[in-house]
Design a protein around this ligand. Structure first.
Ligand SMILES: [Zn+2]
Length: 112
């Protein structure tokens, strides 16, 4: 058994190069767990950062409106943003959390 180090497709021992990408094959079975590439991290890191930022803005927005958050930042948030931004931050928090959770579940299921 041999496999392509890039595509991770397995081939019979008589095959020397990957049919898809043309790389020389490695001997043995393909590794079960392979390293994440940088481009695989764009969606999870992006959604995680968006969820954190939206949650922070939601906290500031609601906190400034109800008086838990005070000071110049609270004034800026209340005076500078229309009230509908609360709904925007809530939707952004939920949506980006769902995207991150779906990625996480898929990643966990792929390992088995
Ligand atoms: Zn290949």
């Amino acid at each position: 058994m041999s496999y392509c180090p890039k595509c991770l497709h397995e081939y019979a021992d008589t095959v020397e190069r990957c049919i898809d990408c043309g790389r020389p094959l490695k001997k043995g079975r393909r590794p079960v767990d392979y390293d994440l590439e940088l481009e695989d991290l764009i969606v999870p890191v992006g959604s995680f950062v968006c969820a954190l930022f939206a949650l922070l803005m939601l906290y500031l927005r609601v906190g400034a409106q109800f008086g838990w958050v005070k000071g110049p930042i609270a004034n800026l948030v209340v005076l500078g943003q229309p009230p509908c931004m609360t709904a925007f931050y809530a939707i952004a928090t939920i949506a980006s959390t769902i995207v991150f959770a779906v990625w996480l579940v898929r990643r966990i299921l792929k390992k088995d």
